[in-house]
Ligand binder design. Structure first.
Ligand code: DSN
Length: 428
């Protein structure tokens, strides 16, 4: 296993073995991460990494693209079927680049965009002061209501009327409730703006009809393929046919050169997996698991932003425990539970400290955990936070998370095979 790598570069091999082990023995609760199937891993690690394929299927600037064309066409057709989208571009290397391609397809420097503020749940590429969007465009922002912590569409409408954005962005990275795309479309129509939905986090539930559909309401939809969609790391753009040409030329040659065909092929495989009925069951379980975990945290006195969740993630306010988000992240790291520190709306603390953590269930649901295990995890999280100074308790909790990780393997047998190959070199 990994024999060539082991021979050629022992340092990277060791780091990779460390990562394989980490992914197996830790409990992954970062809301934006997931575990791809072995089929996706196979194709992303394939010879397609060798191929240049600038252009689009049937219209490439390089020879030898006949198999790249097969992969990209399948990725496009499957995404169209999955989302019922008129036009799909599968080449963006990431979610941010998908967003950038949309902006450059329809905006000029200096135009106004209206997006959700990062500290209220939005994303860097929706207009954060330190992101390229702020150097190129005029930025208007909306947030959530201080009381309900929900998007207040009347307030979005008011800001849109005042700032007259050319493009409104709807979508979030840490918003635990359903998003009303139709209401945003009304605001966009009323104020003469274009509308883009960034569904990076909720692409899986949308593909499974478990979340309101943005496709009928938005001019552009961007997504990442590696979160709830459970594909390889990358981006995706969907749009109405009338924007197809401008989106395609904005991606290439606008902001990218050759597509990563190994990743495009991985996207095709993951879309095929997402078209299976089992994918909808998986999405349902993600949502049930988040609700079960949230209930336990609330029973134990932790406040959840918006009071709960409708989707795959929770934002937990830690102020009642006198902990910052970064402290909690480090405490949970020690017991093998991986989360990220996250600002809560109107957070008095800066992003690197923050008053909250974000917890998501897509990855552990892939490993087969159900509501029972999620409830148990909820108790372990609270216990770890409450007894962080107790070394013995911390060790006991780590034993329990190890047991849980062991019962739900990521890639079954992989650690045993590595261990047999490297007998004695690693302490598995
Ligand atoms: N960094 C991603 C997330 O964690 O949500 C967003 O790009």
């Amino acid at each position: 296993m990994l024999n060539a790598l082991r021979r050629v570069d022992r340092k990277i091999y060791d780091a990779l073995v460390g990562e394989v082990r980490r992914e197996q023995v830790d409990i992954e609760l970062i809301a934006s991460e997931n575990y791809v199937s072995q089929a996706v891993l196979d194709v992303v690690g394939s010879v397609w990494t060798n191929k240049y394929a600038e252009g689009y299927p049937g219209r490439r600037y390089y020879g030898g693209c006949e198999f790249a064309d097969v992969a990209e066409k399948l990725a496009i057709e499957r995404a169209q079927e999955l989302f019922k989208a008129e036009h799909v571009n599968v080449q963006p290397h990431s979610g941010s680049q998908a967003n950038m391609a949309v902006y450059f397809s329809c905006l000029k420097p200096g135009d106004t965009i209206l997006g959700m503020a990062l500290d209220h749940g939005g994303h860097l590429s929706h207009g954060h002061p330190k992101n390229f969007t702020s150097s190129v465009f005029d930025i208007a922002r909306y947030g959530v209501d201080k009381e309900t912590e929900l998007i207040d569409i009347a307030e979005v409408h008011r800001i849109a009327k005042e700032r007259k954005p050319k493009l409104i962005i709807v979508g979030a990275s840490s918003y635990p409730r359903k998003i009303d795309f139709e209401a945003f479309a009304q605001v966009a129509r009323d104020t003469g703006a274009l509308l883009m939905a960034d569904i990076a986090h909720i692409a899986g539930p949308i593909a499974s009809q478990l979340h309101p559909d943005p496709v009928p309401h938005c001019d552009f939809i961007t997504a990442t393929t590696h979160k709830t969609l459970r594909g390889p790391r990358g981006g995706l753009i969907m749009c109405k046919e009338k924007y197809a040409k401008s989106i395609d030329s904005s991606v290439f040659p606008g902001i990218q050169g050759g597509p990563l065909i190994h990743v495009v092929a991985g996207k095709a495989v993951s879309f095929e997996e997402a078209l299976e009925p089992s994918f909808r069951k998986y999405q349902e379980q993600i949502i049930k698991n988040a609700a079960a975990l949230g209930e336990v945290l609330q029973e134990q006195g932790l406040r959840l932003v918006t009071g709960g969740t409708d989707n795959h993630l929770l934002v937990v306010d830690l102020r009642s425990r006198n902990l910052t988000g970064i402290q909690a992240t480090r405490i949970l790291d020690r017991v093998g539970i991986t989360v990220n520190n996250n600002q809560i709306p109107f957070d008095p603390l800066p992003p690197m400290k923050s008053s909250g953590i974000r917890i998501g269930t897509p990855a552990m649901t892939t490993r087969g955990l159900g509501e029972k295990e999620m409830r148990r995890l909820g108790h372990l999280i609270v216990s770890a936070l409450d007894h962080a100074d107790n070394e013995m308790r911390t060790r006991q909790i780590r034993e329990q998370t190890l047991d849980l990780a062991d019962r739900f393997p990521v890639y079954p047998g992989i650690l045993r095979r590595l261990y047999e190959q490297d007998r004695g070199a690693y302490d598995f």
